[in-house]
Design a protein around this ligand. Structure first.
Ligand SMILES: CC(C)(COP(=O)(O)OP(=O)(O)OC[C@H]1O[C@@H](n2cnc3c(N)ncnc32)[C@H](O)[C@@H]1OP(=O)(O)O)[C@@H](O)C(=O)NCCC(=O)NCCS
Length: 154
């Protein structure tokens, strides 16, 4: 079941992201930062036991631009379509908000390509994005790949 996150989910989101962040596959997110951004997250919840199997955040940067970030699915449930479901939900939410362009910074180009994202030069992303990048542990040696998808036929 895909649903929006609540503050009660934040510790589970943190644990899920931390597993991949420790292996360098995702950017680490502090617990405090996740509470602040809780409204950005949609989750995949196990209907049997209520555990959080997957999460995905949509961060709005500007009137036409948002980022998909902190997308993760627990290893036991990968390749079941959960990541795809979360991306679809996140893109739907961005579209409802009136966003026309969604980008992501990722190592999983293959996965995002299947969802209509195309590789772009990082430098084409607006300066506002870099204000957040400065806070990132990888700055200035970011090796993630920037990908962009236009919504609503734009
Ligand atoms: C990237 C990630 C979110 C994908 O999640 P997922 O739930 O495995 O994604 P899906 O199941 O929708 O799709 C993954 C693959 O499974 C395939 N698949 C989907 N449903 C399937 C099913 N029922 N049976 C077999 N294969 C299936 C998809 O076609 C896709 O194929 P691909 O590997 O060739 O791309 C997950 O691997 C992850 O958490 N990785 C670590 C963190 C990370 O890298 N996050 C992304 C960076 S922003």
């Amino acid at each position: 079941m895909i649903r929006k996150a609540t503050v009660r989910d934040v510790k589970a989101i943190h644990r899920l992201l931390k597993k991949y962040a420790d292996r360098g596959e995702l950017l680490p997110r502090a617990l405090g930062e996740l509470y602040g951004d809780v409204r950005e997250f949609c989750l995949f919840e196990d209907e049997c036991d209520g555990s959080i199997i997957g999460c995905c955040g949509v961060h709005v940067y500007w009137e036409d631009l948002a980022e998909i970030r902190s997308l993760a699915v627990c290893e036991k449930h990968q390749r079941e379509g959960i990541g795809s479901g979360l991306i679809t939900a996140a893109l739907g939410e961005a579209s409802e908000l009136g966003i026309t362009r969604v980008f992501t910074l990722t190592y999983r180009c293959d996965f995002f390509e299947k969802h209509g994202f195309r590789i772009v030069d990082k430098l084409t992303l607006p300066q506002k994005v870099w204000a957040d990048c400065i806070k990132c542990v990888k700055f200035p040696d970011c090796d993630e790949i920037a990908m962009l998808k236009c919504l609503g036929g734009v």
